[in-house]
Design a protein around this ligand. Structure first.
Ligand SMILES: [Cu+2]
Length: 302
């Protein structure tokens, strides 16, 4: 065996090992409902009407693109093959033909209008954040999300949501072995919302530009320091839904996931009660401490 074929054999062995490695790791990971799926090619399974509309728009546009591709390349290859010079074809002369000029201006124009009408409807619906049942402010921090419930049931609740530390440790050690399905998407405090209610999310940031995005809801809105932007969603089913910061925001950009827990109305009310009960003793404690300081004699205060 000469040197060259040995070399090629080595390359073949290496690539076979790589393929085997890839398939064996792929088996260890499962689809994450509400998040990414294994070998997912298309958009996330929609959980809101708007996400479903975006998804069907996407397929509609792809179908039009495919049809144009087939027609244009079909005509081109047919012309090249059937009208080639070696068969004795003479070039046609339709320069400055008004009919042709009108046809190839009108055809794309009609196609664009045909695409723009449904797209505009969806874009306008995406921007309509009026009449929300619940308003939550999502603040991007390097590198975690802060949630403040500012209007609606649960008003006053506020907390910080950070990546689960165990996942960070997994990432630091090279993400080897069996990985959890929600790898780098698990947080300590998920954003909790009720099903079937219009949720308005106000985004802003404290340091650099972040972006609040949850693909299953079809939402993505930049969170800009000093500015307020908003988006909205109405989840049609309960469950867990995942997203990530989608604006490169620094070295920990990959470690600020978004986890939205959609609960039934009753479960949501119970969660609100629990959160309020948790906050009450802490608030009472700090109130009591403040009163104590205020009432203490001047000699004790110093
Ligand atoms: Cu970010």
């Amino acid at each position: 065996m000469n040197k060259l074929s040995q070399h090629w054999k080595k390359i073949a062995n290496c690539s076979m090992a790589a393929v085997a490695g890839l398939t064996s790791t792929a088996y260890a990971v499962n689809d994450l409902p509400g998040g990414p799926a294994v070998r997912q090619l298309n958009l996330h399974v929609p959980a809101t009407k708007l996400a479903a509309e975006q998804s069907s728009l996407h397929m509609f546009m792809m179908a039009i693109c495919l049809a144009i591709f087939v027609v244009v390349f079909g005509v081109m290859f047919y012309s090249i093959l059937k009208h080639r010079k070696s068969l004795g074809h003479k070039p046609a002369h339709f320069h400055e033909s008004v009919k042709v000029e009108i046809a190839w201006t009108l055809a794309p124009f009609i196609i664009v209008i045909f695409m723009a009408i449904p797209a505009t409807k969806t874009v306008i619906a995406q921007k309509d954040t009026s009449n929300a049942d619940l308003t939550i402010k999502a603040t991007g921090h390097q590198w975690r999300w802060g949630y403040d419930y500012i209007k609606g049931e649960g008003e006053g609740i506020s907390f910080i949501s950070s990546l689960d530390n165990a996942h960070r440790i997994l990432s630091n050690s090279g993400a080897k072995g069996d990985m959890p399905d929600d790898y780098l998407l698990k947080v300590d405090n998920p954003l909790v919302v009720p099903v079937g209610k219009k949720i308005r999310i106000i985004t802003t940031a404290t340091d650099v530009i972040h972006s609040f995005a949850v693909p299953s809801f079809g939402i993505k809105q930049d969170a800009i320091p000093g500015f307020v932007r908003d988006t909205h969603f109405l989840a049609e089913r309960t469950g867990d839904f995942y997203g990530q910061c989608q604006e490169l925001c620094g070295k920990e950009h990959a470690y600020m996931p978004i986890h939205v827990k959609v609960l039934s109305e009753a479960d949501y009310a119970a969660w609100v009660q629990k959160k309020k009960a948790e906050a009450a003793p802490a608030a009472a404690k700090s109130d009591a401490a403040a009163t104590q300081v205020a009432q203490a004699p001047a000699s004790e205060k110093k």
